[in-house]
Design a protein around this ligand. Structure first.
Ligand SMILES: NC(=O)c1ccc[n+]([C@@H]2O[C@H](COP(=O)([O-])OP(=O)(O)OC[C@H]3O[C@@H](n4cnc5c(N)ncnc54)[C@H](OP(=O)(O)O)[C@@H]3O)[C@@H](O)[C@H]2O)c1
Length: 265
């Protein structure tokens, strides 16, 4: 799976902002972003429609990730939700299809539906989102082949998953897809990050993303509706972090020393 993608939360919510959002996604694809993350929830289907518009007429397309709402994730509901997402994006297949969060879903039914969708070629693989370690253990017991991803809130200012979830996933070769890598912009206002970014010679957003990208088994999906920031974030792939910078980041944003329940937005 590609390690850097475009997020789409908050897209498709307001018709007036659609041209800017579509332009940012198309520009990101032209730059070479290899993955788009979306969900039926975002803009009530509006984000998936913008993704469909951004993909239209392209000879190659990026890796597509989308998600089913838990309240739709029954045996039949998952299949119907996937069909609706495919239609909105005008695609034959979603590469990775996730259960958006666990609460309210009967995961045995969801996984059964995921397997049917996979056999029918409508999804390439499946995974989960917002699953803490105990949820992952339940999921892995139900489905020993589960290795698509677990998409969770993880960034420099929210390092909780490093204590137990990330090591457990690494051991099983399950990639962790870090959402809100910029803490929705909040992280970028931290003076300590700004200072370290100046030392490295990059922007705070690039440093926050490069820190995630430096970690084995971690994928990330920053969202931006601006061409400039889409370009800025893409250049994080070129930022190489020395052991000294990583140690400075650990001092400014200490890793967890005890279990912290998984946070969710
Ligand atoms: N599975 C889940 O439950 C879940 C939950 C949350 C998010 N997600 C996924 O993860 C993606 C990313 O998370 P997110 O959208 O919550 O937050 P994020 O990517 O951490 O931050 C997005 C915010 O930061 C701003 N921004 C982006 N690049 C910037 C830069 N270089 N400099 C300054 N500001 C910048 C954006 O504004 P502009 O648009 O104006 O640039 C936007 O307000 C989502 O879009 C979604 O696809 C999944």
């Amino acid at each position: 799976m590609p390690v850097l993608g475009l997020g789409t939360w908050r897209m498709g919510e307001n018709a007036r902002r659609k041209p800017e959002e579509l332009d940012a996604l198309k520009y990101g694809l032209d730059l070479g972003y290899p993955l788009i993350d979306t969900a039926e929830m975002y803009g009530d289907g509006g984000a998936e429609e913008i993704v469909g518009d951004a993909l239209a007429g392209r000879s190659t397309r990026p890796f597509i990730v989308s998600k089913v709402y838990p309240h739709n994730a029954s045996r039949a509901g998952t299949i119907a939700a996937c069909e609706r997402s495919l239609k909105r994006m005008r695609l034959e297949r979603i590469d990775l299809y996730l259960l958006h969060w666990r609460s309210g879903a009967r995961i045995e039914e969801t996984f059964e539906a995921f397997h049917k969708l996979k056999s029918a070629g409508k999804i390439g693989d499946f995974g989960v989102s917002n699953f803490d370690l105990d949820d992952m253990q339940d999921a892995a017991e139900l489905d020993r082949g589960l290795n698509g991803t677990n998409q969770v809130l993880y960034c420099l200012s929210r390092r909780g998953p490093e204590f137990d979830l990330l090591p457990w996933m690494r051991k099983r070769s399950i990639p962790l897809m870090a959402y809100s890598p910029l803490d929705q912009g909040g992280l970028l206002r931290k003076a300590s990050l700004k200072k370290l970014a100046d030392d490295v010679g990059c922007t705070p957003a690039q440093l926050a993303l490069a820190w995630l990208l430096a970690q084995p088994g971690v994928v990330t999906i920053p969202k931006s509706s601006s061409r400039e920031r889409v370009k800025e974030n893409f250049a994080a792939l070129q930022v190489k972090l020395t052991p000294k910078v990583l140690a400075d980041l650990d001092r400014a944003f200490p890793p967890p020393r005890t279990k912290q329940p998984l946070e969710m937005l």
